[in-house]
Design a protein around this ligand. Structure first.
Ligand code: HEC
Ligand code: HEC
Length: 246
């Protein structure tokens, strides 16, 4: 059961039309507010996505620069709140590496990592992202307490699946992440950080919407998601150079 205070219902109903609009506009990103740094990071993402990706090179870079925190298989570290990134959607990974390279997403850790010279340009991002996209997702993530799964499932299907898809496997249109095979502490952390506006290249309507959930609801939906194992339905996308990614 959703607990609705008058104020929160109002926020949600105000957010709904905006979210529908947002969902319909996200594919082209044309509606991104005209803030120069957001525009330039999205331009950077678009040109990165047009490059030829070299997953073999990405594998070497991953091992050298990323594996110590994200784990040798990209399965993350629940205790340290490091996300699992193996099997994550290609376009989403590239856009997050662009965001994390600049000031579009707060993370002292990742800013430091991505300032290393070999990782500064979009070629390295697509190489690493294509490698990560192709390797097996985490099988069993760290889970929540298990006492509110039904509530979490209800919230997800009603409020989140229009963008993240019914099985939470995400969508390249709109750079929507897969939320499967992800550790509970990371999901909790990012739901709070999204609501706090620490990810700047996100539509304000989505931030307001996520802010309207109380802490029990956030825990419930994160717990439900942390139990979705593997990659889910694979929907492949043919890139302009003919390469197919998940
Ligand atoms: C020193 C530890 C560390 C290293 C090294 C590191 N990361 Fe991260 N990474 C993190 C943490 C922690 C986060 C979560 C953001 C935060 O809390 O700062 C993160 C977040 C991410 C995300 C966002 C995931 C999502 O679901 O939005 C991506 C993508 C990522 N890292 C890729 C990489 C890549 C690629 C490398 C190597 C080039 C790398 N990371 C190296 C710690 C690290
Ligand atoms: C209007 C579309 C939309 C809706 C509705 C939506 N999301 Fe998202 N979500 C996104 C997009 C786009 C991102 C990527 C944000 C970015 O680029 O930083 C995202 C990111 C996330 C992340 C961060 C994942 C990561 O790997 O860092 C979580 C967790 C999340 N959403 C959970 C939810 C939950 C739970 C709901 C429902 C309560 C929800 N979302 C509703 C579009 C949506």
């Amino acid at each position: 059961m959703l607990i609705r205070s008058g104020r929160r219902t109002a926020i949600r109903s105000a957010a709904r039309p905006a979210l529908l609009l947002l969902a319909s506009l996200l594919p082209g990103l044309a509606a991104t507010p005209a803030i120069a740094s957001e525009e330039s990071v999205d331009q950077l993402t678009r040109s990165a996505l047009a490059l030829d990706a070299n997953p073999a090179k990405g594998r070497l870079e991953f091992r050298e620069h990323c594996a110590k925190c994200h784990g040798p298989e990209g399965h993350g570290n629940a205790t340290e709140v490091v996300p699992a990134i193996a099997g994550q959607r290609f376009a989403y990974l590239v856009r997050q590496l662009a965001n994390l390279s600049g000031d579009q997403r707060d993370s002292a850790t990742m800013h430091g990592v991505l300032s290393a010279k070999p990782l500064r340009g979009p070629q390295a991002w697509v190489d690493i992202a294509s490698y990560l996209n192709a390797i097996p997702a985490l099988r069993r993530a760290a889970r929540g307490q298990g006492d509110k799964i039904a509530l979490g499932r209800g919230i997800f299907l009603e409020q989140c699946s229009s963008c993240h898809r019914n099985d939470a496997s995400g969508d390249d249109d709109g750079f929507v992440p897969s939320l499967r095979a992800q550790h509970y502490p990371y999901l909790m952390d990012q739901l709070n950080r999204l609501a706090d506006g620490e990810r700047h290249n996100v539509d304000e309507a989505l931030v307001q919407f996520l802010r309207s959930f109380d802490s029990d609801e956030v825990r419930a939906v994160a717990d439900y998601l942390s139990r979705l194992e593997g990659r889910g339905t694979v929907h492949r996308t043919m890139r302009s150079n003919g390469v197919v990614v998940d």
